[in-house]
Design a protein around this ligand. Structure first.
Ligand SMILES: [Zn+2]
Length: 249
């Protein structure tokens, strides 16, 4: 569900879906990725909050999974002023907080006033960051580590961050897992190490990772730190299932 595309086949006129008008509905657009031949159509054109681009069914396939990595995020479902990444990250990562993966899809933290919910899941934070550069005054660039800010994060990821990556393989003789950042394959891509708070949690994700298509994205919320081995640019501990989201694209 990309939010950007080009108006012209030579890809000189970029357009954001939120800036489209009703007059754009039915027009042909071109994928935002360089060298990708996919042809796009506009969905919900003229609706600045809900508009996005979609590959036409008779179009060539996308050349990269980054083309369509953006999840669908409808801002009208959430109260932007209640968004506070530090609070959410602490709740999701903190091992003392027993709440785990039993929380249903879309469950959010209800806080007083206004009636609308704040974003509270890794999935929705990811989708929001793919759509907006700034949300409630917080920079997406400081929250989500993905292919768009590879230059900034390629040598070091530190602190609480969402990281978009793909599963690679188990670490030899350890209950740890290697991940490719920002995806596989990627020129000069980097490796991350996932540690797990328990054996059970490791094996649960070992099986999930091994079953996944190597191109599928996983979004990990971790408190990232420097790793002893320079094979990895960073490592984090998975305490709870809520820290991991498998993105279907
Ligand atoms: Zn594409």
């Amino acid at each position: 569900m990309p939010y950007k595309a080009y108006r012209d086949v030579n890809k000189t006129k970029e357009i954001e879906s939120s800036k489209t008008t009703l007059a754009d509905v039915g027009k042909q657009f071109y994928c935002k990725t360089e060298n990708c031949k996919a042809l796009m159509s506009l969905v919900n054109g003229g609706d600045s909050e809900r508009a996005f681009f979609r590959r036409k069914t008779n179009s060539p396939a996308h050349i990269s999974n980054f083309c369509s990595a953006d999840g669908n995020f409808d801002p009208t479902e959430y109260e932007e002023t209640k968004f506070n990444p530090d609070d959410i990250f602490a709740k999701i990562i903190n091992p003392a907080n027993k709440t785990d993966g039993t929380i249903g899809k879309g469950t959010t933290t209800a806080t007083g006033g206004g009636g609308k919910k704040a974003i509270s899941t890794v999935h929705k934070i990811y989708c929001m960051c793919r759509k907006y550069d700034v949300y409630n005054g917080y920079l997406s660039d400081d929250i989500l580590v993905d292919e768009r800010n590879f230059t900034r994060y390629q040598h070091r990821i530190e602190g609480n961050r969402l990281v978009q990556c793909t599963p690679y393989c188990k670490v030899y003789k350890e209950l740890e897992y290697k991940m490719n950042y920002p995806s596989y394959p990627y020129t000069n891509g980097k490796l991350l190490k996932l540690k797990f708070a328990s054996k059970e949690l490791f094996w649960k994700y070992y099986h999930k990772f091994e079953d996944k298509n190597p191109n599928s994205f996983v979004v990990i919320l971790g408190n990232w730190q420097e790793c002893d081995s320079d094979e990895f640019i960073a490592e984090c501990v998975i305490n709870k299932s809520r820290q991991i989201y498998f993105l279907e694209i």
